[in-house]
Structures are given as structure tokens and as C-alpha cells.
Design a protein around this ligand. Structure first.
Ligand code: ADP
Ligand code: MG
Length: 370
């Protein structure tokens, strides 16, 4: 983002009907209705764009010079079992971990609160929240993660206990507890606080219905927290639905980050999310802006990923970050060790790309200051 004043959230020409057929479906066949997938070999099909479209050049952006020291004892063994690094990223060359300590990312002008939303499940919302927040915290900034998903996946990946009965987001939303009462430091990085979610939060959607000012509960709690806990970045990890939990996040946030998976049906549901965002913007939170789109699970071996990336960049040219997140075995393994990929496998493509994405987000925030 440049220093331009906030622009309207852009809905663009995206509709479910228009978008789906161009996202990698070949012209020549139709999906098998039973399985939602063409039932012929894709090798022989008439692809609309064949290989003439290049991969996103943006992935060739230089990796910023960011230095941090990952917590040694939690660091896993290294090996080379890693998918292709996106073009231009060189893990060993470009990210040094020799020095640490100072803030390596620019401070934002004021605390930036991101809601990470996409009602599609499995697109990388939680993965993006935990890895970006760890990257920013390892880069010297102070970060709060609010886990709004009853599954508690963000809590898990950040090494936070969240068994049933653990106090956290539920108590903040339903009992009016302060965030500071239940937020706990993550072992993943200094200055990374987490408000955990336990499975109890599953009842919150229904319990909130009868609560006064039910969509403002998180906003009030967060405003109070930020007043006396200096914080640079807040990430709100949403469940895969557009219910009251996500609504609370949309009301509490000032920026929206949409992760989009580089797969078939990538933009499915995004038009509905955009309508919801516009409603919230008009009625409940006029600060809300879609500032950031992040392409996730990019598989450099497939034409489809490049096509989806082009498509998304065409719809969200200013918002889409130059860095794309590759599909990476290490990224998906890290949560089972209660870690982010940044500490689990700092040399991996996934770690390097999340660090680069965090750096781009921080740079955009710093620019908006001037
Ligand atoms: P969401 O929060 O949107 O439901 P997740 O972040 O939980 O999505 O991701 C869904 C699954 O995909 C998880 O198992 C996660 O580990 C895996 N995953 C996410 N990003 C990547 C990636 N870049 N490469 C490989 N696996 C990924
Ligand atoms: Mg999730």
C-alpha cells in the first residue's frame, strides 16, 4: 500500500459464477457432478491458457534482510525434504540468523489489527496467523494473537495449552473478562501473546445471540487491552464460517487479510465474504479495509497455481502481497510439534516465505505512517 488515503473495499467483478470456470478448469470438459472434478485425464485436455502465462514475477522479489535468532532447543532437525522454493527465494543466502535482538521490522504508526478471514476452511488462515505473528515477533515487534476458532489450532501451533476448560476467548466474549486476564506468552517468540480458544468456544455462537451489543464484545475488550499493553500487531484467527465469532473479529479489526489457496475454486466464497465485509463496513465498522491478500499453498510444479495466482492478482492488484507461500511439508508438520515453521524449520521455503510476507506487511504499514 502506498501512502494513499484508505480506499473503498473493492468487490470487483467477482461472482461465484464468473470466477469458478476460469480458475483452472479446462474449457473442454465439465465437472463430474458426483465428484465435482473432471473425470478424464487432465494431461490431454484443452487448457485455456496452457503454459503461456508465466509464474507470478512477484515471487522474484528480493527477500528482505531480516535477522532473528530462533529458540535453539525447540529447533527441529534439518533435511532437504522440501518442495521447490518459489523463484527468487534463497533460504540460505537471504535470511541470516547470526544476529538477533533489535527490531528488524519497522514499527507501525499505530497498532494494526488484522482479521484473517475466509469462510472456506483449510485455505491457510490459521497457518498464516501463526507464522506471520511469529515472524513479526521474532523481528522485534510486539504481537497479540486472538484465537476465535473453537478448534484452537492457532493456540496449538503457538505452543499454548487449550484443553477444554482453559480460559480464553470464550470468557472475554461471554463473561466480559479482560484479554490481559487470559492472554499467555507463546514460547515461539518474545513479545508474542496468545488469547487461547478451547472447544468451549463452540457454544459461543449461540450464547452470544442473547448478549447485549453482541457484535462489539471483542472490540471493547481489545480496545481496553491495547490501552495499557503496547502492541504493534494483532491477528484475529477466524473459524471457517461467517457467524458471530467472525463478525466480532470484523468489527474489532481495522484491516482484513484474506488468504487464498492456489487451488481449484480459489475464489469460491470470496464474493460472499466481500458482501459481508461491505455490510460490516457500512453498519458496524467503517475503519475496516481489505488491505492484504496472501496466496498460499502455491505449488510451483503446477500451471494451475500460476493461473490462480494471476487470477487473484487481476482481482486484487494492490492488495495481493508479492510473496506467495509455497505448499510445504514443513509448514504442515510444524503444528504437530506445537511450533510455527519459523522455529521448527527455519531454513525451509515455508519459513523464508512467511518471513518475507511479514516483512512486506510491516513495510506497507510503515509507509502508511508518512
Ligand atoms: P484454515 O485455518 O483456513 O482452516 P489451516 O491454516 O488450518 O487452514 O490449513 C489447513 C491445512 O493445510 C493444515 O493442515 C495446514 O497444516 C495445511 N497447510 C496450510 N498452509 C500450508 C502450506 N503452505 N503448505 C502445506 N500445507 C499447508
Ligand atoms: Mg483455522
Amino acid at each position: 500500500m502506498s501512502g494513499d488515503p484508505p480506499t473503498e473495499v473493492r468487490v470487483g467483478p467477482v461472482t461465484e459464477v464468473e470466477v469458478a470456470p476460469t480458475l483452472g478448469w479446462p474449457h473442454a470438459v465439465h465437472a463430474d457432478e458426483r465428484i465435482g472434478w473432471p473425470n478424464v485425464s487432465r494431461e490431454t485436455l484443452d487448457w485455456p491458457q496452457l503454459a503461456t502465462r508465466s509464474r507470478p514475477t512477484s515471487t522474484q522479489a528480493a527477500v528482505p534482510d531480516v535477522r532473528f535468532r530462533p529458540p535453539g532447543p525447540r529447533r527441529a532437525h534439518f533435511d532437504d525434504d522440501e518442495l521447490t522454493l518459489p523463484p527468487g527465494l534463497h533460504a540460505e543466502d537471504d535470511v541470516s540468523r547470526e544476529t538477533g535482538g533489535d527490531s528488524k521490522f519497522p514499527l507501525p504508526a499505530e497498532p494494526r489489527t488484522f482479521v484473517v478471514a475466509n469462510q472456506k476452511g483449510g485455505v491457510g488462515k490459521t497457518t498464516t496467523v501463526v507464522n506471520l505473528s511469529a515472524a513479526l515477533a521474532l523481528g522485534g515487534l510486539s504481537v497479540l494473537v486472538v484465537d476465535l476458532d473453537p478448534q484452537g489450532n492457532a493456540s496449538t501451533a503457538l505452543g499454548i495449552e487449550h484443553a477444554a476448560g482453559t480460559h480464553g476467548t470464550y470468557e472475554v466474549l461471554l463473561s466480559g473478562d479482560a484479554i490481559a486476564d487470559h492472554a499467555v506468552p507463546s514460547p515461539e517468540a518474545p513479545n508474542l501473546m496468545v488469547l487461547p480458544a478451547s472447544i468451549d468456544l463452540a457454544g459461543a455462537e449461540i450464547a452470544l445471540v442473547s448478549v447485549v451489543a453482541r457484535e462489539n464484545r471483542l472490540l471493547r475488550a481489545l480496545t481496553a487491552y491495547l490501552d495499557d499493553h503496547p502492541t504493534d500487531y494483532v491477528f484475529l484467527d477466524c473459524p471457517p464460517s461467517l457467524g458471530l465469532l467472525t463478525l466480532n473479529a470484523l468489527v474489532a479489526a481495522s484491516e482484513i487479510l484474506i488468504p487464498i489457496q492456489c487451488e481449484y475454486y480459489a475464489l469460491e466464497g470470496v464474493s460472499q465474504l466481500m458482501r459481508t465485509i461491505n455490510l460490516v463496513k457500512g453498519e458496524l465498522n467503517d475503519r475496516l479495509r481489505l488491505t492484504t491478500v496472501l496466496l498460499t499453498m502455491y505449488d510451483a510444479r503446477t500451471r494451475l497455481a500460476a493461473q490462480v495466482a494471476d487470477e487473484v492478482r487481476a482481482h486484487f492488484p494492490a492488495e495481493t502481497l508479492p510473496t506467495v507461500i509455497p505448499r510445504s511439508v514443513r509448514i504442515s508438520e510444524a503444528p504437530s510439534y506445537g511450533q510455527t515453521v519459523l522455529t521448527y524449520h527455519p531454513d525451509s521455503a515455508g519459513s523464508v516465505s512467511y518471513l518475507a510476507a511479514a516483512s512486506e506487511i510491516a513495510a506497507r504499514g510503515a509507509k502508511e505512517k508518512s
